[in-house]
Design a protein around this ligand. Structure first.
Ligand SMILES: Cc1ncc(COP(=O)(O)O)c(C=O)c1O
Length: 397
């Protein structure tokens, strides 16, 4: 039994089920993690069916399994299947919710200092077009969104709270549920970017109190690239008109009329990558079979070990924020060119990444951050790999 009361993980089995183990040591789950074998099998299996029977026929043959992907994703986040739309990435999912939400001229959108670039440019676009005001909730001393400051900023003119739960760098876990409590108390719609949280942390949309939640498949969920999903709370389903529709989300029911689907699939279109969907479903089922709580604990332990080792390397500064940093370890190396560090690490057999300040411009400007290096372990990594990576880094700088 582990210290947190959970069952020990069978790391040897998890590694044996990960085809990428044995190649370069992959320490970048926040980019695109290593898929487990069942995900690869699901994608290839469906592709093979398409090759042998035709795409439409393969989808029909697998109709039940493909339908079950909605149930899997819904279980992952504590939602109902009818509240889930399967989409091609987190950005499309986020944008679908954001651009559908009616906001009257002049309203204020509250966001966080760590908001992700893709979301922020969309905020800017709607602000420009519709005369909206974007206001950034300040961070507290730990670097997390200051919930008291958020509460103080709420008035009748706030049309939306849109924040990132786990930013792309900085190790931060924003207080998503505390923000949700404020949003619920004041009846303000709440759009949560859970892109880096899905697969890394347990998610319960009811406990969080968000109205919309977006996530991607390829990061900590270990799904294939080109997958993502959107959760739309049931209370919104019949009220939101997607910014773009087709005859799947909105069947053409009369010459002059369409009828939006009653579920979140009104945000989907007719054509889809069913092989990738099958892979996403397999990824969610695989993560759930291991247990998200246990995955979270393991990622947290590896990341903490990494931070402790990095802190002892001369010239390295760990830049992570928040009271309990997550599995994304962010750091800078004095006098070293980040791209060159990433390249030297690759030569040494370790995959790490760099994150541009423009990905989280508000936070980067506030802290005066350059390009940051990122190490993001997953459940399949080991303490030895972390130690090996940090030793290689120390040698290379
Ligand atoms: C916090 C955050 N939100 C959103 C995204 C966008 O996800 P996607 O590339 O799947 O659209 C990313 C990608 O890195 C991210 O880190």
């Amino acid at each position: 039994m582990a210290a947190d009361g959970t069952q020990e993980l069978d790391i040897a089995r998890i590694r044996a089920e990960t085809p990428g183990i044995g190649g370069p040591v992959h320490l970048l789950a926040c980019g695109s993690a290593l898929m487990p074998q069942p995900v690869v099998d699901a994608v290839i299996g469906h592709t093979r069916l398409e090759a042998e029977h035709g795409g439409y026929e393969a989808a029909a043959m697998q109709a039940e399994a493909l339908e079950a992907v909605y149930a899997s994703v819904a279980r992952l986040v504590g939602a109902q299947p009818r509240e889930i739309a399967l989409l091609e990435n987190a950005t499309v999912a986020w944008c679908h919710a954001f651009y559908a939400l009616p906001l009257r001229r002049g309203v204020r959108i509250l966001t966080c200092e760590a908001e992700y670039a893709a979301n922020y440019v969309a905020l800017l676009q709607r602000a420009k077009r519709e005369d909206l005001r974007i206001e950034v909730v300040p961070s507290d001393a730990s670097g997390a969104l200051d919930v008291a400051a958020l509460e103080a900023m709420i008035d009748g003119d706030v049309g939306l709270i849109a924040i990132t739960w786990v930013p792309t760098n900085g190790g931060l876990v924003n207080p998503a549920a505390a923000v949700g409590a404020v949003a619920r108390r004041h009846g303000v719609p709440y759009l949560l970017d859970a892109c880096q949280a899905a697969g890394q942390l347990p998610i319960d949309v009811g406990a969080i109190g968000c109205d919309f939640l977006s996530a991607t498949g390829r990061k900590f969920l270990r799904g294939p690239r080109g997958t993502g999903f959107l959760y739309v709370a049931g209370r919104w389903l019949e009220r939101l008109e997607p910014a773009m529709i087709d005859h799947f989300g909105a069947p053409w029911v009369a010459r002059d009329r369409y009828a939006l689907r009653p579920d979140a699939r009104r945000f989907e279109t007719w054509e889809n990558a069913y092989a990738l969907r099958a892979g996403l479903g397999a990824a969610v089922d695989y993560a759930e079979a291991i247990g998200i709580v246990r995955i979270a604990a393991r990622i947290g332990q590896l990341a903490e070990r990494c931070r402790a080792l990095l802190a002892a390397v001369p010239g390295v500064t760990v830049r992570d924020l928040g009271p309990a940093p997550c599995g994304i370890v962010s750091f800078t190396v004095e006098g070293a060119e980040p791209a060159a560090v990433v390249a030297r690490m690759a030569e040494a057999g370790f995959v790490i990444g760099a994150s541009d300040p423009a990905s989280t411009r508000l936070d980067s400007e506030r802290r005066g951050l350059p390009v940051m290096l990122r190490i993001a372990p997953h459940v399949y990594n080991t303490e030895d790999e972390i130690a090996g990576a940090v030793a290689a880094l120390a040698r290379s700088i």
